[in-house]
Design a protein around this ligand. Structure first.
Ligand SMILES: [Zn+2]
Length: 135
């Protein structure tokens, strides 16, 4: 069974909705947009998480995202943009297909990631040791 994004990409009637693509990636309008022009940049080959994409495709995805986000932003006369990756349901990933959100932003558009300003109470030495073991 195909995931929603693979199904969307495979559907012949959606081919015209592709805004840009190369051998590994495709850019298309997000159907649940935060702002007009909100796009998803995804690998053509199914991958659930950003970490499960082959390294060469992951590098391509992450290196092209700023250029494409800037173009998307300029195309809708936005004041800036967000590049957003939700990895895992707890991070807001709602479809099991890795995606980079390119979100045009406008002054007073009412959208916010509302970052918290909590003190980072983690023990840095313990954290560093655990982190380095996992690289
Ligand atoms: Zn998929």
């Amino acid at each position: 069974m195909l995931c929603q994004i693979c199904e969307y990409l495979d559907d012949p009637k959606n081919q015209g909705l592709r805004l840009w693509e190369n051998d590994n990636l495709v850019l298309f309008l997000h159907l649940a947009a935060i702002n007009p022009g909100h796009c998803l940049l995804v690998p053509k080959k199914h991958a659930v998480s950003i970490n499960s994409i082959p390294n060469n495709v992951q590098a391509e995805l992450l290196s092209l995202a700023p250029q494409l986000a800037q173009a998307v932003s300029r195309a809708v006369d936005a004041d800036g943009y967000n590049i957003y990756i939700a990895n895992g349901p707890v991070a807001g990933q709602s479809i099991e297909h890795a995606a980079v959100h390119l979100i045009p932003r406008h002054i007073d558009d009412g959208f916010s990631f509302a970052l918290r300003n909590n003190e980072n109470t983690i023990d840095i030495e313990d954290f560093k040791e655990k982190l380095l073991k996992r690289l």
